[in-house]
Design a protein around this ligand. Structure first.
Ligand code: FES
Length: 173
């Protein structure tokens, strides 16, 4: 789903907006003990967990909304704010940090006009996050863009990846 389609999702009538959530609930047998996989599937669909959708999930599972919000806020994997189409995760675990992950982060921030406080570009194309060890220390420093792992990164190589994505998006527009 691209940024425009995502925006359109938010403008859909409530019934349509929740169609996909209803399917996810059904696929999980409306079982409250399946709450985490349900939230994972919902996040895959929306790229984050909108508040109204969490309430809908609670109603669908017949559990208190506080329980759903509690789980959604407990796990750092879940996002309560919208994310960009491309999520750039820069590892700042020990191995990556020693191999100079921070200059890569600074270069990405500069290139996209972002910071630790403002993590998503206005056009909703990129979100930049730092994460703890991604389990690929042999490739340090590591950047993951969506599910794709890029090892032995440099600031220049990271900027090139962003340039390529932007080019690709322009071609597809
Ligand atoms: S510290 Fe970065 S992948 Fe392990």
């Amino acid at each position: 789903m691209n940024a425009c389609e995502l925006a359109a999702t938010h403008l859909q009538s409530p019934a349509r907006r929740y169609d996909k959530v209803g399917v996810i609930l059904e696929q999980n047998g409306r079982q409250p003990q399946r709450l985490i996989p349900i939230l994972q599937a919902v996040q895959e669909e929306y790229r984050y967990l909108p508040e109204d959708v969490l309430t809908y999930v609670a109603t669908g599972l017949d559990i208190p909304p506080a329980r759903v919000f509690g789980v959604a806020t407990f796990y750092s994997h879940f996002a309560l704010e919208p994310k960009g189409k491309y999520c750039i995760r820069l590892c700042d675990g020990t191995a990556c940090h020693v191999k100079r992950s921070i200059p890569i982060l600074e270069a990405i921030y500069r290139r996209l006009g972002l910071s630790a406080k403002r993590m998503t570009t206005e056009d909703m194309l990129f979100t930049v996050e730092t994460v703890a060890c991604l389990g690929a220390c042999g490739l340090a420093p590591v950047v993951v863009i969506n599910e794709e792992v890029h090892g032995q990164m440099t600031p220049e190589a990271a900027i090139r990846l962003i340039d390529e994505i932007e080019q690709q998006e322009k071609v597809q527009a």
